[in-house]
Design a protein around this ligand. Structure first.
Ligand code: ZN
Length: 136
């Protein structure tokens, strides 16, 4: 999913639960401090090194971790999902290392042609995934 944050949270996402916010960020603020108390005034700001917490899952890190490492993590997740989608396919007309038949489904209607079709789709999907990851 494309990151919808374009303003105060530009590009930010929780690296733990993938939430797009809101986040709790420790900001710096100016205060007028009297002997008997203080009052904030003016603007507040934070940096990439400021503390940031995700209220959804409680994950804590710097603002930088919520911004920068998200891309790398989602590439990893994309690759994992791709591998999982291949691993989830059923074996048919196949033997394990001991020569025991492994047939997790019936032979598809178009037999080996279906398998070839699936393999070509996966080759294309893998190339697309590599392009996506390289462009991050
Ligand atoms: Zn989170």
């Amino acid at each position: 999913m494309e990151n919808p944050n374009t303003n105060c949270l530009e590009g930010m996402q929780c690296p733990n639960c993938e939430s797009f916010g809101p986040f709790n960020i420790a900001a710096e603020v100016m205060c007028v401090v009297h002997d008997d108390g203080s009052e904030t005034f003016g603007d507040h700001c934070w940096t990439s090194e400021s503390y940031c917490q995700c209220p959804q899952c409680g994950y804590e890190a710097t603002v930088a971790k919520f911004s920068g490492e998200t891309a790398a993590l989602s590439s990893e997740k994309k690759m994992r999902r791709f591998v999982e989608s291949i691993a989830a396919l059923s074996l048919w007309d196949w033997d394990d290392d001991q020569g025991q038949p492994k047939n997790e489904c019936e032979e598809p209607d178009d037999g080996y042609l279906d398998s070839h079709q699936a393999l070509m789709n996966y080759v294309e999907a893998a190339r697309l995934l590599l392009k996506e990851i390289d462009n991050v």
